[in-house]
Each structure stands twice: as structure tokens, then as C-alpha cells.
Ligand binder design. Structure first.
Ligand code: DAH
Length: 324
């Protein structure tokens, strides 16, 4: 009798594992616990058991019964709900739309700016974020004692490298690897150890531009930037070039757009400094070029009235969804 109980328990275990619907769970219940079920049959044999074994066999049977009842209950609850044939499918009900992500405002801005330059024949390239001092400073004509090289202004790695603090590095990489003519823009992340506040972040995005050929002039720079800024900010946008200094361009300018009653600085630019051409082994007596660099966050903030740079990086969906 005990063997029969064990056998039944094993059989039930195997059947249970196969149950994957409420119907199967009910069929299982009838097969084991029903009026003519397998367990019920065993109970009926209890009368034939020797009197001294009756108690322990009875206890075993009751234990098996409780376990089977509990298992049926669980199997019914876990079985996937099935639509029975009687229910009809109402195809006119709206479906459940899966929620989908969207492109981050910064990437949208980069894409929009890239498209404008693409239309003017600029190619989009990328460069590494972990850089050498040569690409971030030396080749860009930034002297050894320049404050931007200080560890307070640049993240250095323990292996003598750094996190690029400007996308101007990509100018150098492209010129080292290719011959003119070149027309590229290079979007990407840059890093500076600034304390985070409404207008500073230790990581932000820039877009670098570079054009090199044998007859590129400063008026080409002005023309390209005019087309770009008017495409981005509207065809009536007033633009102002202000003399400035950057080590890698000579002469250099800062470019402002008119904003309300005042002017807002939008980007830095200039003619590529001949020292930079020396560093990348271009013949400075033959090639001419211009370069420019702009901050993506700043442009997105201006265009959308965003007053805190931290919104871009905190992944608050209430913010992000406004630009989806
Ligand atoms: N690299 C500069 C910065 O991070 C931006 C810049 C200014 C880039 C002038 C240029 C340029 O190519 O000509 O502030």
C-alpha cells in the first residue's frame, strides 16, 4: 500500500508539471480527487489494510490528499487566463499602445545642427573621449603653462591621458589622418571638473567644425556661420562677430546673435593658426582653414527656454517628455 502511495505521488508530480491551463488543472483534480479518482480509489482500499498499519497508511493518504488539493489550487491560479470560445473579440476597441522612448533633446539638437552642416557639404565625424595631452592641448597651440591644462580644469587619468575638455581634438585627429580638402563637424561629449550648478556640468556636449583647403578665407567662415545660425534661429537672426582670442585660431572671434534687446554669445571661431598646421604636418604655406566650436546644451537651453543644465542629465521623464 505504501508503494502505491509513493507511486501515485510521483505520477501526480509529473502530471502537475505539465499543467499549463485552468482546464488541465481541473482535469487533474478529477483524475486524482474525483469520485473515481486515483486517490479516492486508494482510500477505498484502506479497509483491506492490516489493523496495525491502518493508522499510518491513513495519515499518509491524508497528507497526499492535502498536498494534491493545494497543488490543484496553485496550478489554477498560475495557469494563464484563456479566452473561452464563447467570448468574442471586439476589434473596434482601441489597442494598448506600448510606451516607446524618444530621442533626447540634446541628440535632437545635434542631429538638427548636423543636418544643416551636412547640407553645406560638411561630413560628420567622431573622435575618442579619452585623449592625449598632445591632441587636447599641444597640437592646438595651447602652451604648457596655459591655465586650461591645470588639473583644476581638466580630468587627467592615471595613465597620462585625459578626458577631452573640448572637441577641438577631433580637428587634430582628422588632419593627422587625412589630406585636405576637409569639411567636417565633430559632435561629442567633453569633460571639465566644474562644480555642478544651473549652468555648469562636469560633462557636456560640443560641436567642432573645421574646413581646410588651399583657398579658404575668413569670409567663407562668415558665410557658413551666417547660413548655419539663420537656419537654426530663424532667417531674420542678426549676427555679430567680436574679436577674441583662441590659441588654435588666428584671428579669432566670438559670434553673437541678437536676443531681445541684447546680444548672446553662441560660438567661438577663427582662421586655423599656422602653428596647428605645423603640428599635423600640413604645409602652412599652402593650406588655409577655419574652425569653430559651440556648446550644444547652451543652444538647446536658449531655443527652448531651459534655465537649468541639470535637467538634461537627471532623466526626469516629466522634462524629457516635453521634447519627445
Ligand atoms: N574649443 C573651444 C572651447 O572649448 C571652442 C572653440 C573656439 C573651438 C574657437 C574652435 C574655435 O574651433 O575656433 O571653448
Amino acid at each position: 500500500m505504501k508503494d502505491q502511495i509513493n507511486h501515485l505521488e510521483n505520477e501526480a508530480r509529473e502530471d502537475l508539471a505539465r499543467i499549463d491551463s485552468a482546464e488541465m488543472a481541473e482535469a487533474f483534480r478529477i483524475a486524482y480527487l474525483g469520485k473515481k479518482g486515483k486517490l479516492t480509489e486508494l482510500f477505498k482500499q484502506l479497509g483491506t489494510v492490516a489493523p496495525e498499519e491502518k493508522k499510518s497508511v491513513g495519515a499518509e493518504l491524508n497528507r497526499l490528499k492535502q498536498w494534491l488539493e493545494a497543488s490543484v489550487e496553485t496550478a489554477k491560479q498560475e495557469a494563464p487566463q484563456q479566452v473561452s470560445g464563447k467570448e468574442t473579440f471586439d476589434g473596434s476597441l482601441p489597442g494598448i499602445r506600448p510606451s516607446s522612448g524618444s530621442i533626447h533633446l540634446l541628440q535632437q539638437t545635434i542631429q538638427e545642427i548636423s543636418t544643416i552642416f551636412n547640407r553645406m557639404g560638411f561630413e560628420i565625424v567622431e573622435g575618442p573621449e579619452i585623449e592625449t595631452e598632445f591632441h587636447n592641448f599641444t597640437a592646438l597651440n595651447i602652451p604648457l603653462d596655459h591655465p586650461s591644462r591645470d588639473a583644476f580644469d581638466t580630468f587627467y587619468t592615471t595613465h597620462g591621458q585625459l578626458l577631452r575638455s573640448q572637441t577641438s581634438t577631433v580637428q587634430i585627429r582628422v588632419m593627422q589622418n587625412r589630406k585636405p580638402p576637409l569639411k567636417i563637424i565633430a559632435p561629442g561629449r567633453v569633460y571639465r571638473p566644474d562644480t555642478v550648478d544651473a549652468s555648469h556640468s562636469f560633462m557636456f556636449h560640443q560641436i567642432e567644425g573645421l574646413m581646410v583647403d588651399d583657398a579658404v578665407t575668413f569670409s567663407d567662415l562668415k558665410g557658413v556661420l551666417h547660413v548655419f545660425l539663420r537656419a537654426l534661429f530663424g532667417s531674420e537672426t542678426k549676427i555679430r562677430f567680436r574679436p577674441h582670442f583662441f590659441p588654435f585660431t588666428e584671428p579669432s572671434v566670438e559670434v553673437d546673435i541678437q536676443w531681445g534687446k541684447g546680444w548672446l554669445e553662441i560660438l567661438g571661431a577663427g582662421s586655423v593658426d599656422p602653428n596647428v598646421f605645423d603640428e599635423v604636418k600640413y604645409d602652412k604655406s599652402v593650406v588655409r582653414g577655419f574652425a569653430f566650436g559651440l556648446g550644444v546644451e547652451r543652444i538647446a537651453m536658449l531655443r527652448h527656454g531651459i534655465t537649468d543644465i541639470r535637467h538634461f542629465f537627471e532623466n526626469d521623464l516629466r522634462f524629457l517628455k516635453q521634447f519627445s
